[in-house]
Design a protein around this ligand. Structure first.
Ligand code: UGY
Ligand code: MN
Length: 250
């Protein structure tokens, strides 16, 4: 990234509060991680901040590879092309392409071009109804959109199957200009959220933020949240939440 304003007098839209983080691209710091080669990581959220998962953006040079995962891994391609090999099958992931790898699945992920991907990792939470999670590979373009609570101007695509085997969900949500969440949500699940297109106003706790494509948001459990889309193009974000597990554990 170029820096037209070398310091911007210390101003940024980024904000860290006890129940949320808004992280805008001007505040991103890149880091290498052992085991990966030719990849820079922006670690957006991690257990250090209080989250029960990690979300990063991985920026690959052509040929760059990820290290094996210590937890479940979910990958969504933002730019370029990745090649995934798992269980002797190889898959090509283009933008909008995604993959889920259950904990302990041997696999390799290598960039065939310069590429960027959202990377979510979470230790698997067993439940009494323990059904083996399966490898999932798909493209967002092939996922049917469902209106949120009957609102056709706000469409949700669920990238993970809603089954007892899986302990988190990853969805995209697309808002037509002017569309908004019908309520302020306050819920036990936490969120990792990456804005992919457009922008609007995000309410987090008692703060209202202008947000746009490229911004990352973490919401702690119970963080009051609301979004309204502004501008002339739809707003779209990728959103993670923990899902389907009793708050007291098994
Ligand atoms: O699924 C959700 O909880 C979602 N509606 N939350 C959000 O968009 N902030
Ligand atoms: Mn929510």
């Amino acid at each position: 990234m170029h820096h037209p304003h070398p310091h911007n007098l210390g101003a940024t839209r980024s904000s860290l509060k006890s129940d949320h983080l808004l992280q805008t691209p001007d505040t991103f710091i890149r880091t290498p991680l052992n085991g990966a080669m030719g990849v820079d990581f922006i670690v957006h959220v991690a257990p250090r901040l209080g989250a029960e998962f990690t979300q990063m953006t991985a920026e690959f040079v052509p040929g760059g590879t990820l290290a094996p995962a210590s937890a479940q891994r979910f990958l969504y391609v933002l730019e370029g092309e990745l090649s995934l090999e798992a269980k002797g099958v190889s898959h090509t992931l283009a933008p909008g392409g995604f993959a889920y790898l259950p904990e302990g699945t041997p696999h390799t992920i290598q960039a065939t071009t310069k590429a960027r991907a959202a990377l979510i990792e979470k230790p698997y939470e067993l439940s009494a109804e323990s059904v083996e999670p399966q490898i999932i590979v798909g493209n967002e373009a092939d996922v049917t959109a469902a209106p949120l609570m009957g609102d056709e101007s706000l469409r949700v695509r669920s990238l993970m199957p809603d089954s007892p085997a899986y302990d988190f969900a990853v969805n995209t949500m697309t808002y037509d200009p002017g569309a908004a969440l019908g309520m302020v949500e306050i819920h036990v699940m936490e969120h990792g959220l990456l804005i992919l297109e457009g922008g609007g106003i995000y309410r987090l706790g008692d703060s209202w933020y202008p947000v746009e494509a490229g911004d990352f948001i973490w919401m702690a459990p119970y963080c009051p949240q609301w979004f309204g889309a502004l501008g002339k193009q739809p707003a779209k974000y990728l959103i993670y939440k923990d899902w389907r597990r009793h708050p007291l554990g098994e």
